[in-house]
Design a protein around this ligand. Structure first.
Ligand SMILES: C[S@@+](CC[C@H](N)C(=O)[O-])C[C@H]1O[C@@H](n2cnc3c(N)ncnc32)[C@H](O)[C@@H]1O
Length: 324
């Protein structure tokens, strides 16, 4: 039986289905697939395993920032809040944060990975029984639909950790921060985790762990296409390649075809040359001032910013500039 402080709902996406999205992506030149497709149930578990690797400093550094500054963040936000986490993953970071929040507090984790979200949210509700958990399986770009199911009372806070904002192009991130304020309303706040620019060797190692878990995570998208769309392809005929593109300030992630081949998905055929790539993800890195400038353009002003001693990662608490 579910705990009394737990609710779960799904907001279906009005956009095209998986087959249409995949065909549209592979028809592009160069070929691409959206990174949200990486997160089926197996993908979410593999992402959790990446977070535990020695090379992936992002999770442990952000966790340490939340452990250290959680009480201060809770003080800034105050009582009776509604915390909406976009791309909540395994909810580990919200657990650390919300233990400092006094009751009543509502937590709304939003994620597209349905069963992983349901399981993580159930465990969360059992562990933190002073928090009302209202999990939503949805695409986090659906700001209007998410807003329409939120409780009306309380200060709304958007929590967007894990450098997920780095997966958006900078102009998309700006648009996203603007749109997100539709969820917030008066006196709303945003707490966002942003990965910092740094030495290429640290970034290249973080996205190429020695155990090969990142490679498994990225190639799992092909396993998903086989399983869910009956795609005729051999996942072993592609390899993962990820590297820091310093001039563009982003890590780029691809699958590379090991041979000349034709992949069949639904009614379509996609020819690949040897070495041809499918673009899967970018992960943009910012300096603190670059990100603050982006947030200010979106109408969000810094209340406080926390950075670890090695200047690997930043956590920004921002406030809506004007009531919306
Ligand atoms: C980089 S992981 C971060 C997970 C977690 N927030 C953390 O800090 O470790 C990105 C998360 O966002 C989710 N996600 C990616 N694209 C999404 C989308 N368009 N809508 C909803 N969730 C999405 C994924 O399922 C995944 O859990």
């Amino acid at each position: 039986m579910s705990p009394r402080n737990f609710a779960f709902r799904e907001i279906p996406s009005p956009d095209a289905g998986l087959l249409e999205v995949v065909i549209a992506g592979l028809n592009q030149e160069p070929k691409r697939l959206p990174c949200s497709l990486l997160y089926d149930e197996a993908g979410s578990r593999l992402f959790d395993a990446i977070c535990d690797t020695d090379e992936y400093y992002i999770t442990r550094t952000e966790v340490a920032l939340l452990e250290r500054h959680g009480p201060q963040i809770a003080e800034w936000i105050g009582p009776a809040s509604v915390v909406v986490e976009l791309g909540a993953g395994n909810l580990q970071k919200a657990r650390l944060l919300l233990q400092h929040f006094p009751s009543p507090v509502t937590y709304v984790p939003v994620d597209i990975s349905k069963e992983h979200l349901r399981q993580s949210a159930l465990e969360f509700a059992e562990a933190l029984n002073h928090v009302k958990v209202q999990a939503i399986c949805a695409d986090f770009h659906q700001a209007d639909a998410i807003r329409s199911v939120l409780p009306l009372e309380g200060r709304r806070v958007l929590f967007f950790p894990g450098s997920t904002i780095g997966n958006l192009e900078p102009d998309e991130a700006l648009q996203f921060l603007r749109q997100s304020q539709q969820i917030l309303g008066n006196k709303g706040m945003v707490l966002v985790g942003v990965d910092l620019k740094k030495d290429a060797s640290i970034l290249n190692a973080a996205y190429n762990d020695a155990a090969g878990i990142t490679a498994l995570f990225e190639t799992n998208i092909l396993v998903r296409l086989k399983r869910e769309l009956g795609a005729a392809l051999d996942p072993q005929s592609f390899v993962y390649k990820g590297f820091y593109n310093e001039p563009l300030g982003r890590v780029e992630m691809y699958l590379v075809s090991l041979r000349e081949q034709t992949v069949r998905i639904g009614p379509r055929q996609f020819p690949f040359k040897t070495g041809e790539r499918i673009h899967l993800e970018n992960s943009y890195k910012y300096s603190v001032s670059e990100f603050q400038a982006l947030a200010a353009k979106a109408g969000l002003l810094p209340l406080d910013t926390w950075v670890d001693a090695d200047r690997l990662f930043s956590l920004h608490l921002l406030e809506c500039q004007a009531p919306r």
